[in-house]
Design a protein around this ligand. Structure first.
Ligand code: SF4
Length: 419
């Protein structure tokens, strides 16, 4: 039984920026070139019709619609008005949460006013201080986009800016990053690990040190940020940290595709109406998300028969044997599916950020335990963790064995089985 409540609409398939790490344009997959530049309103209407049927049959009352791209603000303002009206008229019994994720470079007061009217909350992507942002988030002519994005963030303070999204760049010194967040007066920040997998190291990773058990550059970076953030009485929300802390404290049912044990109830609608698994998986290999399912011909539920969707939906249960035996599995969840890929094993690997996750989770868990009074610690079902012990345990014989069917499903994506 699958339950999807979050839909990412690729209303524009092109972008006015050309970020060097972008999974869509600069990693692995060029299939966006075959997509229409804009999703036709007829396609939005057909999708809304399918959504209506799906919500009725699955008794879904709340749906999140994320307007995404490419760059969604390449569409006209009236387009958003039409879309919202289509959804509200076609699926009247459902409560919608609308969000737009933009690079911010054309985000003016007029856009904010429109989004406030339509109750669309706005998220802006930024890569940190100007020097770092302008290295990667560049226009097609190579010019940096920071100044325009910073202006849009300033405007957002008196408008409905929901928060910033930042792809982690471990080359940014934490002091500089935090000072930037404070100077922009950011209320809410989400952090994403950069795309990458065993055959394609993300930016900033030294592949020569990858096998060194003590090489955890991402955890080191996150721990420094966590310390500054925790010490700041007027700290912004950092969703990644807050979720980790809540999970360590025992809260269930939270997390996302990166961490935790929740199912991944998200699907993507491409601009031609194709129904697919999240497109960040495309950093694995060309065409991984592609299938024959399209709202013009299919019900939304037809994606539930798709192998990649099935694996992704239960990605935090469909984990490698090492993860099944790992003491931090409930927090880490084996990581984002795309970060587990290798041509050699398909998805039958821990996340490529495995050591970093062990280090970071151990650090935060130990920090929480040392900050709480003894009685509170006694009530928590949480033990101190020792990084070295966990890492060394990965060399031992696994007590829990992986279900052969799940393993087969994971390795069915290895290169030689796909050709
Ligand atoms: S820390 Fe490593 S072994 Fe543990 S669950 Fe995460 S990816 Fe798997």
């Amino acid at each position: 039984m699958y339950r999807v409540t979050s839909f990412v609409l690729k209303i524009v398939s092109r972008c006015n920026l050309n970020c060097s790490y972008c999974y869509m344009y600069n990693m692995g997959d060029q299939t966006y070139l075959k997509q229409p530049k804009f999703m036709a309103l007829e396609t939005v209407q057909v999708f809304a019709d399918r959504l209506h049927d799906y919500c009725e049959s699955s008794k879904i009352e709340y749906v999140q619609i994320v307007f995404h791209g490419g760059e969604p603000l390449l569409a006209k303002p009236e387009y958003f008005e039409e879309c919202v009206s289509i959804f509200k008229n076609t699926v009247p019994k459902v409560e919608f949460i609308f969000t737009v994720q933009t690079n911010g470079v054309t985000l003016t007061q007029n856009w904010y006013t429109l989004f406030q009217k339509l109750q669309i909350s706005v998220g802006i992507s930024i890569d940190g201080p100007k020097k770092y942002h302008d290295e990667y988030r560049v226009f097609h002519n190579g010019k940096g986009s920071y100044n325009l994005v910073a202006e849009a963030i300033q405007l957002g303070k008196k408008n409905n800016l929901a928060g910033l999204l930042l792809v982690v760049n471990i080359g940014i010194p934490i002091n500089e990053l935090y000072a930037e967040m404070k100077s922009l007066d950011v209320n809410s920040l989400n952090l994403l690990l950069p795309d990458g997998h065993y055959d394609q190291a993300p930016l900033g990773l030294d592949v020569n040190k990858w096998n060194d058990k003590n090489y955890t550059p991402y955890a080191d970076w996150f721990m420094d940020l966590y310390k500054i953030w925790k010490a700041d009485k007027d700290r912004p929300q950092i969703y990644f940290f807050e979720t980790l802390v809540k999970m360590i404290m025992g809260q269930e049912g939270i997390g996302n595709q990166l961490i935790g044990r929740r199912t991944n109830g998200v699907i993507v609608l491409e601009s031609d109406g194709s129904v697919e698994v999240v497109d960040s998986l495309r950093a694995c290999f060309e065409g991984i998300t592609r299938n024959e399912i399209n709202v013009h011909n299919n019900r939304l539920e037809d994606i539930f028969e798709n192998d990649t969707f099935q694996l992704y939906y239960r990605a935090h249960d469909n984990v490698a044997e090492q993860c099944l035996n790992c003491p931090v599995l409930d927090i880490c969840g084996g990581g984002f599916l795309g970060h587990r890929y290798s041509e050699e094993n398909g998805f039958d690997n821990p996340t490529m950020y495995c050591k970093d996750m062990v280090r970071l989770i151990s650090f935060i868990q130990n920090d929480i335990l040392s900050s709480l009074p003894e009685e509170a610690v006694a009530e928590l079902d949480v033990e101190p963790l020792i990084y070295e012990e966990i890492i060394n345990s990965f060399d031992e014989e696994n007590e829990i064995k992986i279900d052969p069917e799940i393993q087969q499903q994971l390795i069915s994506f290895k290169k030689e089985m796909l050709v």
